[in-house]
Design a protein around this ligand. Structure first.
Ligand code: UD1
Ligand code: UDP
Length: 359
């Protein structure tokens, strides 16, 4: 095998799929290893099926654990596989613990690493993902930033690898699936009306593992009085249960995590997105849907500068006020959407062209 893609979580499957299919189209020999960081059907297998990814060669089945144990177990399992299979290059998307381990294990065996979504920075080292991204970027031989600001961040840090601006493979995926959204019946199944609900996703450890913050976020959203649909991440579900926070009968309706097409449909028809996700901020932008990001900082600064993505602190009052502001200024915010800073939907093509030259 020449190129090994390593993935382990929901967003990594989505970021990898366009690269895998483009690689096959261009005749490359590609393999996939799944670390097993995400293992619930609705966080993993559903996306492997939806994106027609071949069964991963192996699933390291590391599951959940502390940062150290999860990262170390992936490194150990992957090292063994790399020694046996000797790929020419390892491709790592994103900034999860799976991504960090998948960069460290090969580089120490002398196998070059290519980082997809390189240079994303929010300059908040309290976030595990910010630590992971920095380490991955500094041990990668090839870096694929998705926006100009990501590219500038890499230059400022004087990374040693080659930088190739490609655009975002998530946008490639978005464009590929956009046309299939019409047939999805999730709105009627959930009795939702166009622009009469807000879509919420919440899973960042800094938000949901802090009981006070979690309560504040939920209170702030409920206080705004809008109907909210909340496909709930298992980490968050667990934390709400631990804190005895029940959303039953409230304005916030929880459902199991949805699949990708359902998510695109919900993003298109929602009045606004409330999120702390990295990927969902970008998809809200591509759906031309106003977004409120429940974080102090974001790596997708261009969307903030345009005024279509608003950062909010986690105190309930600010959250309520920001939701009300977006409700009241919805049409004006819709007019603020400008040029897409995340590329042209051909990121995977460029990535494969560059990788081919290196094999
Ligand atoms: C991870 C990534 C995060 C990414 C997110 C995408 C890290 C440090 N975090 O966060 O960057 O944005 O994936 O969704 O790599 N759990 C299940 N079933 C699963 C997976 C997890 O129930 O299939 C529960 C477990 O209780 C687990 C918790 O969720 O302890 C957290 O899972 P973990 O993979 O550690 O982090 P995520 O919050 O999913
Ligand atoms: N997503 C999905 N179903 C959901 C929630 C998210 O398909 O119920 C998709 C979303 O559209 C995006 C990706 O998962 O493509 C984002 O993953 P997540 O928010 O878990 O991680 P992050 O992007 O923050 O790393």
């Amino acid at each position: 095998m020449s190129i090994l893609l390593v993935l382990g979580t929901r967003p990594q499957i989505i970021k990898s799929a366009p690269i895998f299919h483009e690689g096959l189209r261009q005749g490359l020999e590609l393999g996939i290893v799944h670390t097993g960081q995400h293992y619930d059907y609705r966080l993993s297998q559903v996306f492997l099926e939806e994106f027609s990814l071949s069964d991963p060669i192996i699933n390291l089945s590391v599951g959940s654990g502390s940062h150290a144990s999860q990262t170390a177990e992936i490194m150990l399992g992957l090292e063994k596989y790399l020694i046996e299979s000797k790929p020419s290059m390892v491709v790592v998307p994103g900034d999860t613990n799976s991504a960090l381990a998948a960069a460290l294990a090969p580089v120490k065996l002398g196998i070059p690493v290519a980082h997809v979504e390189a240079g994303a920075r929010c300059y908040d080292m309290r976030m595990a993902e910010e630590i992971n991204r920095r380490l991955i970027d500094h041990c990668s031989e090839i870096l694929f930033p998705v926006t100009d600001s990501c590219k500038e961040n890499l230059k400022k840090e004087s990374v040693l690898g080659e930088i190739h601006m490609t655009g975002d493979t998530m946008y490639d995926a978005f464009l590929t699936f956009k046309g299939r959204v019409g047939a999805c019946d999730i709105l009627s199944r959930l009795e939702l009306t166009d622009k009469e609900y807000a879509l919420l996703t919440l899973h960042r450890a800094e938000n949901v593992d802090d009981p006070m913050k979690l309560k504040n976020i939920i209170n702030g959203i409920q206080e705004a009085g809008i109907n909210v649909l909340f496909p709930i991440h298992p980490r968050t579900k667990k934390r709400l249960e631990e804190q005895n926070i029940s959303l039953d009968g409230s304005t916030v309706k929880t459902i199991e995590p949805v699949d990708y097409i359902e998510m695109l449909k919900l993003l298109k028809h929602t009045k606004m997105v409330l999120t702390d996700s990295g990927g969902v901020q970008k998809e809200a932008f591509w759906s031309k849907t106003p977004c409120i990001t429940i974080r102090e900082r974001t790596e997708w600064t261009e969307t903030i500068e345009m005024g279509v993505n608003l950062l909010t602190e986690t105190d309930p009052k600010t959250i309520t006020q920001t939701i009300k502001y977006v409700e009241e200024n919805h049409s004006e915010i819709k007019n603020r959407f400008k040029i897409n800073p995340f590329g042209d939907g051909r990121a995977s093509e460029r990535i494969i062209e560059i990788l081919k030259q290196r094999l």
